[in-house]
Design a protein around this ligand. Structure first.
Ligand code: ATP
Length: 239
């Protein structure tokens, strides 16, 4: 039989208190696969990442990761298992150095391993590496966003979930972040990417899901013909 995917989400429902947002989501991500999660504002993309990583309770369904059930509501346990979520608009610590921001992200690791992981994370971001002694607050907004991604990498994820990593970035930095996604894939790390820049997201992805009003409305290979047009129609329920 086929091996179980790295991430398998089945019948997932979640929301905020009595407000149901996700109405039964089924999706899967293989080891080393890059998958984009697209959809209009308010579709539930951020909510889905939060439910998968345990930042939100799951009201029904399951999240299996690495062949085991993830207990809902425990993001630290998810991160220890290798599922790391870089939240949208994540704030870095502005009063401590770049290096200390990264060391903090690996607070539960042995000292030597922590130092190695910090170097590994910095190797993806030369601009940040050049400012490692500077305070977090001395970085530009875009650089702080990249530092947040680097903090996720310190945990050496098997699956990295990125929520709009390009938001507010200049085109050069957008390409840098998406280049990191490519490099991660080459090293066997899977990525689930929420992105508004459809063409850019497709260019680094293997597959794509579209979410609209809390339902998955499309699943496709990222290279399929006419995808931007099909996505747009799926968003607005004309498929
Ligand atoms: P965007 O691209 O705008 O970030 P999204 O697809 O990520 O959109 P979500 O942020 O997941 O969408 O929002 C899905 C729905 O959940 C929206 O109707 C939103 O108003 C609602 N929602 C989000 N956060 C909360 C919250 N903390 N409490 C109540 N409702 C919320």
């Amino acid at each position: 039989s086929a091996p179980e995917p790295l991430l398998e989400v089945g019948g997932l429902r979640s929301g905020y208190g009595k407000i149901a947002v996700l109405h039964g989501i089924d999706l899967h991500i293989g080891a080393g696969e890059v998958v984009s999660l697209l959809g209009p504002n308010g579709a539930g993309k951020t909510t889905l990442l939060r439910a998968i990583s345990g930042l939100l309770p799951v009201t029904a369904g399951r999240v299996r990761f690495g062949g085991a059930d993830l207990a809902g509501g425990d993001p630290r346990a998810a991160a220890r298992a290798g599922l790391v979520h870089v939240i949208e608009g994540h704030r870095v610590f502005t009063q401590i150095s770049v290096t200390d921001n990264l060391l903090l992200a690996g607070y539960d690791l042995p000292r030597r391993e922590r130092a190695e992981r910090v170097e590994e994370a910095l190797s993806y971001f030369p601009e940040i590496a050049a400012k490692r002694q500077d305070k977090g607050g001395a970085l530009s907004g875009g650089q702080q966003q990249m530092l947040a991604v680097a903090q996720g990498l310190v945990q050496r994820p098997r699956l990295l979930m990125l929520d709009e990593p390009s938001a507010g970035l200049s085109p050069v930095l957008v390409d840098r972040v998406l280049g990191v996604v490519r490099a991660l894939k080459e090293r066997g790390t899977a990525v689930l990417l929420v992105e508004q820049l459809i063409e850019k997201a497709l260019a680094v992805s293997d597959r794509v899901y579209a979410l609209a009003q809390g339902h998955l409305v499309l699943e496709a290979g990222a290279g399929e013909a006419d995808l931007p047009h099909r996505l747009e129609r799926a968003y607005f329920g004309q498929d």
